[in-house]
Every structure is written in C-alpha cells, then in structure tokens.
Design a protein around this ligand. Structure first.
Ligand code: FE2
Length: 478
C-alpha cells in the first residue's frame, strides 16, 4: 500500500513536496509578451518521489520528473511526466515504495537492488538527437522529446558499462560531448572513467583512472585544451552504508584534489593540484587563459551542504552557503597549489552561461542568488537571479516576492549569430503564497527590469535541479 510521506522531512514539504499527477496543458495563460524569437522547449528535471521511501529520504534520491515548456509563436504549452525508469515501473506495479535513498541495500527490497535502476532525476540534456534524463550513479535514460515516454537506457551501443555524470559538457565548436563516471567499477569505488562521444552520439574514447579516494563527484569542467576533475572530501563508503551510517559524508581532512589533463592527451597525464577542503556542486565554466593557465569559475561551499559527518552528526547548525570564486591553475609552474579570487559575495547556486562560450573565455554568467545572507534569512526562502559581467565584475540581480523562489536560469540566445549574452533567460519560479509556478522569461541584457513574460501553471513545479533548452521541436498534443 502507498504510505503517506513522512511529515517531518523538510525535502518532502512546501516547495519540495512531490506532485502526484501528470498533465498536458496545450495552452498556458501568458502575462506579457513571449518573444517570437523563442521557438523551442525548456526541459527541467528534479526529484519527485512516487512513493514514500524506506528509511530516511534524501532530496537527491527521489524519482525524476520532467517538466517541459514549449514556446512557439508567442504561445506556451506544458507537459510533465515521471521518468519511467525500471525502479519507477516496479514500484508503480507494486503500488508502494520499495527503495531506500541511493538504493541502500540494507533497507531496499532485493528486487529493487537487483534492478540497479537509475532514478534519472538530475539533469536533462539534448545531444545528437536524443533527450537524456541523467543521474550520476547510472547510465543515461532516454525519453521521447515530444511525449516524454521512456525509450530506455542509452549505453552508446553497449559501450558504456557504468554510470555517467549528470553534467556532461558539450563542446560548442565540435558538438562533442565530454563526460565521466565516478564509482565506475562498483558503488563507492574510487574508479573513474573519462568518456567522449562525437556530435553524432558515437562513443569515441573511454579511459579508466583512479581518484585519490571515493567521493561524490557531481560535476567537472572542460576547456578547449584541458579536462579538469575536481575531487572533494565528500567521501563515499559502502562500509558505512552497510553499518547504517551515512553512505556519503564530509571528511575535510581528506582535502581537495583537482586533476587536470590535456584534452588531446590521456589520463596518464593527469596532474593533481591540492587545496583546502571545500565542496563544489557546480562550476560555471572554465577556459584556457592567454598566459597558459587554466581558469575555473566555481560556486564553492567551505563545507559540503546536505550531507553529515561520517558518524551521522550534522556539519553545522545551518546549511552552508556557496559563493562564486575563480580558481587559476598555473600549468607552467611547478606548484601543486592553485590561486582563488572571489567573484561575488552573494550566496549563490546553479551557475550557467551562454553555452556558446562553454569551454572558452567568456563574459556573462547567470546564477540563482539571494540578496544577501541576513536579508535572505530574515525573509525566509527567497532565491532570485543574478547576471555577472565577468569583465569588470558588475552584478545585476532580480528578486521575486518574498517567499518565492527562482529555479536554475537557462540562457537562450536571441539568434544563432547574436553576441554573447544577447538573448533570454528562462527560470521556473515558485510562487510561495499561491503554491504554484510560473515559467518566467527575462531579457538577459536587462535582468533588473523583471520578466518580459510569465507562463502560468496552476500547480507547483517542485524544487528541482537542472534543465536545458532544445531549439525547435514540439510537444505532441493529441
Ligand atoms: Fe547538478
């Protein structure tokens, strides 16, 4: 039987509470004018558990649900669907939750453990004519871009044996997709893999290497000439998991290790730089600077959020904040350290850019941000949007009403040939007081002016993770 969700779990309440329904909405009400240039679909993914979990819930462990907003000729349509993964299908058939967070084998039904299923809840990426729902512990799960119906795992003709990061990097010049796997040869192993697929989705190369220790490697960065693997001390341990202790935990004594290799070389050329303990879920971008150094712009936490110490105790009285910093690695020097400079002092997350400048020197970055620590705390949940001009450092912000929250900003260029940063910024905003969401469209060159158009949903898009824009296409409505 389907049990109620635990009432004391903050990541199952309010903005985070899962939807229990799927819908098709061919004509959303629109306030303002949707730009006619916007023709395509914004896909957004996030955790939306179908059933109450066994044991404690973790926000990262809920079943993925896709939200698709299609914009064309000034009109907006919408469809949401759970990603029908093997886990989702089995639990759906049984009518109850059978899985613990991260598939913890101590608490999960053996049939769930045997499935080794993705929850496909973290990102959704369009590459080589395929729409991939991604979650970092498993292979990508392909869905139909129009109906969001399942198409099964994408294993690159059986060549991808292990998991794939939810944050692949697509080269805007070549169309190549560079990605990696961690825990590549078994849960909580320090084995990693580098993979590259060409613009047609054919896997070109796969190379194995060992990280300094097993950890949660959520994201990485790539430049035109280098691949950068950041390893932070958010360690993974099967031994802890089997004892009922946290599978992932903050162990700052292990330090930060950044591996950099030439993109045209091999993993044997990885050079490891070390730094103070910290955690980065999301880099904004990285590039090769004219002086030969590698520059990485990172949204950095001093202490990993959302995870405890190895004994299960919290790392602090409140969840830590992250800020945008720039790391510079001097590849010509012989130091194994790196230099950090702050770029902005606002608490921030979900950094994005005009992805035509991905892997390249760039000027414009976009983030979710709060107006400042004290104000944000005083007003409760209130995540807005910021635009940072990295030439000079000016930041322009827009904040929604108190109690509202903006999701990850996604940039869409005004046209293929438009200058960097000339385009639209899309964000799904939760209206706290009304408990429903809007798709907001901003002019990315004038964020402070507020949205130029809002497409209204009558329900909430729960707090989620990442999304991407696909040019053109349609959502098929019968
Ligand atoms: Fe992420």
């Amino acid at each position: 039987m389907s049990k109620p969700f635990p009432s004391d779990e903050p990541f199952l309440r309010g903005y985070y509470a899962p939807l229990n329904a799927e819908c098709d909405a061919p004509n959303l009400q629109v306030a303002g004018e949707l730009p006619r240039e916007l023709f395509g679909t914004l896909y957004r993914n996030g955790p939306n558990p179908q059933f109450a979990p066994r044991g404690p819930y973790h926000w990262f462990a809920g079943d993925g649900m896709l939200h698709a907003f299609h914009l064309e000729n000034g009109r907006a349509s919408y469809r949401n669907r759970w990603v029908r993964t093997p886990k989702w299908e089995l639990e759906h058939a049984e009518g109850e939750g059978m899985s613990a967070a991260f598939g913890n084998p101590r608490l999960s039904d053996p049939r769930i453990v045997a499935l080794r299923s993705t929850v496909a809840n973290t990102n959704v990426v369009w590459h080589a004519g395929r729409l991939l729902a991604l979650e970092e512990a498993h292979a990508p799960f392909e869905v139909d871009p129009e109906t969001l119906a399942p198409k099964g795992y994408q294993t690159f003709d059986g060549q991808l044996a292990g998991p794939m990061t939810a944050h692949p990097k697509i080269d805007p010049v070549t169309g190549e997709m560079v990605f990696f796997s961690y825990a590549a040869r078994g849960p909580f192993s320090a084995d990693m893999m580098l993979h590259v697929a060409d613009s047609e989705g054919r896997l070109l190369r796969s190379e194995h290497f060992m990280a300094p220790f097993a950890s949660m490697v959520h994201d990485f960065v790539v430049t035109r000439s280098h691949i950068i693997f950041p390893i932070f001390p958010l360690t993974g341990s099967m031994e802890r998991a089997m004892k009922g202790l946290p599978p992932y935990a903050w162990e700052p004594d292990r330090g930060t290790h950044i591996g950099i290799m030439p993109r045209g070389g091999s993993v044997a050329e990885l050079r490891w730089f070390t730094g103070d303990p910290c955690y980065v879920f999301h880099p904004m971008n990285a590039f090769d600077d004219a002086d030969g150094s590698v520059v990485c712009d990172m949204v950095k936490y001093d202490v990993a959020p959302l995870f405890p110490r190895p004994d299960g105790s919290p790392t602090g009285a409140r969840s830590p904040d992250a800020k945008l910093v720039r790391w510079r690695f001097d590849l010509a020097g012989d130091s194994n350290g790196f230099r950090e400079t702050p770029l902005d002092d606002r608490p921030a997350e979900f950094p994005r850019l005009d992805e035509r400048r991905s892997m390249l020197p760039y000027r414009h970055g976009y983030l979710n941000s709060t107006p400042g620590l004290a104000t944000a705390r005083a007003e409760g949940q209130r995540w807005g949007l910021s635009h940072i001009d990295l030439h000079g450092g000016d930041v322009v912000s827009w904040q929604p009403e108190a109690g509202d929250a903006c999701g990850e900003p996604v940039f869409v260029p005004r046209s293929a040939g438009a200058a960097e940063g000339d385009g639209w910024l899309l964000s799904v905003i939760w209206r706290g007081a009304e408990n429903r969401s809007d798709l907001a469209v901003f002019d990315a060159t004038d964020l402070a002016a507020g949205p130029v158009a809002l497409a209204h949903l009558s329900h909430r898009v729960p707090a989620g993770f990442h999304g991407n824009w696909r040019d053109g296409g349609t959502l098929a409505f019968g």
